[in-house]
Design a protein around this ligand. Structure first.
Ligand SMILES: Nc1nc2c(ncn2[C@@H]2O[C@H](COP(=O)(O)OP(=O)(O)OP(=O)(O)O)[C@@H](O)[C@H]2O)c(=O)[nH]1
Ligand SMILES: [Mg+2]
Length: 383
């Protein structure tokens, strides 16, 4: 089979290519993976806000779950990720809203296919929190406790104690944050110490103190919470969440790159069974589809739009000079990459050489992704 591939042609034809075999396989692979995380808690405990933050959305964004004062969420709603409808964050009404009895409330959780439940509190442990915990225990479903509004708690503490420190000078590593966190943990410990429902290491491993606001995503226990959410999922679902979660820091981007690298191996092995073409010097066969699929995945998962950056960092001074990775950019990179290595897409009609080119280009894209991640780290001062 002769393959003469021009990058300009690839651009025009990219959809049909993407729909070919390994894309379909990946789609099937993903369809089997479905994640459902449910957010329960009292009215105003910050469920909808946290659901938006995990998806990289501010409350004003189009797909954001509505948030605000008073009772906002009156009916359970499934929120999905911008890049995957297979991940459901179920936004529940407030348990103490008076709209549902405990029995009705448990029913609308739709517990059967739930992977994890987050019980949110903005204040002390409430009776409804305990009741729902009992229910989750009987249903054998894993759950985590999340105390929100820590940012407010700290400000209140400073005001009460007349400690003169401005909001701007207060960061999450401040000793005052530690003091307030200790107080919160102490009161929770007192609340649950007599209750056999909670394991002894509950507070260390399953209790997180955060601000659900997107601008605080890297502060307090939020990174720990995200890690715990991922760890509590069945292993085969962890990558799905990791790939789709908002790329808010360098570690997440690096993890995503690692998963995408594994995915390349997956594509390669799926090709070996169906379409084995031996390549001198390489152990596996490879196809252009692989590169295109990989490009699509990469741009889906690593692409960070200007809007998302603005949402996340609230920082007008960020100049968007970073070469954001878009599909077009990736195709340009592919052709540039092969030019640098003196093997042009256009130059070789021999299929073996074409496959090698593809492989090298694939590597090149990976390299570029890493560069992209580093640039982001620098720009956002994440180091
Ligand atoms: N400062 C601060 N505000 C928060 C935090 N989490 C939520 N909020 C605010 O608290 C209010 C209630 O948040 P929601 O996310 O709507 O709470 P909810 O649990 O979904 O509330 P209902 O759906 O009304 O029961 C909103 O004004 C949020 O902006 C937080 O951690 N810190
Ligand atoms: Mg809500």
């Amino acid at each position: 089979m002769e393959r003469k591939i021009k990058t300009s042609k690839i651009k025009q034809k990219r959809k049909p290519y993407i729909l070919r075999t390994s894309r379909t396989e990946t789609k099937e692979m993903n369809e089997q993976e479905r994640i459902k995380i449910v957010f329960v808690g009292a009215v105003g405990s910050g469920r909808s806000t946290l659901i938006n933050t995990l998806r990289g959305l501010k409350p004003i964004c189009d797909d954001a779950a509505p948030c605000g004062i008073n009772i906002v969420t009156e009916k359970a709603a499934n929120c999905t990720f911008p890049t995957s409808s297979n991940i459901i964050l179920r936004d529940m009404p407030g348990m103490n809203s008076g709209l549902y009895s405990l029995e009705e409330y448990c029913k609308i959780i739709e517990i059967d296919d739930v992977d994890l439940v987050l019980v949110l509190q903005d204040n002390v442990l409430l009776e409804t929190d305990v009741q729902i915990t009992e229910y989750l225990k009987t249903m054998n479903k894993p759950f985590l406790y999340v105390k929100t509004h820590i940012d407010f708690d700290v400000l209140n503490y400073l005001e009460d104690e007349e400690i003169d420190i401005t909001r701007e000078n207060l960061n999450s590593s401040s000793i005052y944050v530690d003091i307030v966190k200790k107080k919160i943990r102490h009161s929770l410990y007192t609340d649950i110490s007599d209750n056999k429902m909670y394991e002894t290491d509950f507070i260390d491993k399953k209790h997180f103190i955060v601000s659900g606001k997107i601008k605080h995503i890297e502060q307090y226990d939020m990174v720990k919470l995200i890690k715990a959410i991922i760890e509590y999922l069945p292993i085969h679902k962890q990558n799905l969440l990791l790939l789709n979660i908002f790329s808010f820091n360098a570690d997440i981007i690096k993890e995503k790159i690692k998963i995408l690298e594994d995915r390349i191996k997956y594509y390669m092995s799926s090709y070996m069974s169906s379409n084995l073409i031996s390549i001198p010097g390489l152990k596996s066969s490879i196809d252009l589809t692989l590169v295109l699929n990989f490009s699509v995945d990469s741009s889906n998962y690593l692409y960070i739009s200007e809007q998302r950056l603005i949402n996340a960092f609230d920082n007008e001074s960020i100049k968007f000079s970073v070469p954001f990775l878009t599909m077009d950019k990736l195709f340009t990179l592919l052709s540039e990459g092969s030019k640098d290595m003196d093997i042009g897409f256009e130059q070789h009609e021999d299929s073996t050489l074409q496959y090698i080119t593809t492989y090298i280009s694939c590597k090149f894209v990976l390299h570029k992704l890493e560069e992209h991640a580093l640039q982001m780290i620098k720009l956002l001062n994440l180091e």
